[in-house]
Design a protein around this ligand. Structure first.
Ligand SMILES: NC(=O)c1ccc[n+]([C@@H]2O[C@H](COP(=O)([O-])OP(=O)(O)OC[C@H]3O[C@@H](n4cnc5c(N)ncnc54)[C@H](OP(=O)(O)O)[C@@H]3O)[C@@H](O)[C@H]2O)c1
Length: 296
């Protein structure tokens, strides 16, 4: 099975490369090989490689910066999947579009099912929602939504918190983290396994049902960013990555204003997808232990 992977230098992309199943012939494209803002280049890559799947893990992920760069965010997050879907329709390949909990507004206060209406709050979420819609124009395309992604490499909350815990603890200061946004941290290790499984399971478009085309994958449980930061400190010490953890002080969203509004409750209901993928979830703390064991 030939897979064209985008976002190869991203945190998920790197884990997808590391965990590639042996039967997969992988064409891994980082920004230098394929500019996702260039729709013609996306179509040409499909025509050149004729992959069985495009695994579109690349994205414009700077949630706050997207508010001031909406055209670029839209070109990458919506234009690229539209171009892939169009080209794959001609070559007979399929598309796996990775998406986000930020397509929901977070107002319902209970986990979102895959079939619920989208209502993104910011530019990033809106462009990802358009990307989903474009991808799903292709019969046999899949959308896999996930949340709060972090892993052993790249730029992510966990690695930032490890650095800040060390700095603040050394200075005897506390670390302020937002406590009124709830979601679920998801490790790139479990997410990559879910992506590969999503490609392998039911690979015949004829067997796809509407509900199996949108999948939700997060680690199990729920947390606020504050809970996650406390756990990173505690488990970072246990893993030997920190000498000691800083005290974490809960903040409200109002205390920490950002250019983009974020959903206050964006848990994904992964029940049906876990069954469809045949994967047992890890609680997010167990997944965090696995990530921290990889070191820094
Ligand atoms: N991070 C999260 O918390 C989160 C949450 C939910 C869903 N997701 C989704 O999960 C997927 C993987 O995200 P991630 O966490 O791995 O993000 P990431 O580490 O920021 O990786 C995204 C990759 O996309 C690449 N990219 C951006 N613009 C590009 C362009 N114009 N042309 C080519 N490549 C471009 C980046 O390239 P450079 O390395 O060159 O910048 C980067 O390697 C994305 O679809 C994202 O929307 C992420």
């Amino acid at each position: 099975m030939k897979v064209l992977l985008t976002g190869a230098a991203g945190q998920l992309g790197q884990e997808l490369i590391a965990s590639r199943p042996p039967e997969v012939e992988l064409i891994a494209c980082a920004r230098g090989e394929l500019d996702l803002a260039d729709a013609e280049a996306c179509r040409a890559a499909v025509q050149q490689h004729r992959p069985d799947w495009v695994l579109n893990a690349g994205a414009y992920t700077a949630v706050d910066k997207a508010e001031s760069e909406p055209e670029l965010a839209a070109a990458v997050n919506a234009g690229a999947p539209a171009a892939f879907a169009e080209a794959l329709a001609a070559t007979g390949g399929r598309l796996m579009q990775v998406s986000t909990d930020f397509v929901f507004n977070g107002a319902q206060g209970s986990p979102y099912r895959p079939d619920q209406a989208l209502d993104p709050l910011g530019v990033y979420g809106a462009t990802k929602a358009s990307g989903e819609e474009a991808a799903l124009q292709l019969p046999g395309a899949r959308v896999l939504r996930t949340s709060w992604v972090y892993g052993p490499v790249g730029k992510n909350f966990c690695r930032t918190m490890l650095r800040l815990h060390a700095l603040k603890a050394a200075a005897g200061e506390s670390l302020g983290v937002v406590a009124d946004q709830v979601g679920c941290p998801t490790s790139t290790l479990t997410l990559a396994a879910a992506c590969w499984r999503a490609i392998g399971v039911g690979a015949d478009p004829a067997t796809d049902t509407a509900s199996s085309r949108i999948l939700h994958w997060s680690d199990a449980g729920a947390a606020s960013w504050y809970d996650f930061a406390v756990a990173i400190g505690e488990l970072g010490v246990e893993a030997g990555l920190l000498e000691r953890a800083a005290r974490v002080k809960p903040l409200t969203t109002a205390d920490y204003p950002t250019p983009a509004q974020r959903p206050s409750y964006s848990l994904l209901d992964c029940t049906a997808s876990r069954v469809a993928l045949g994967l047992e979830p890890l609680h997010w703390r167990e997944a965090l232990v696995e990530v921290l064991a990889r070191g820094d």
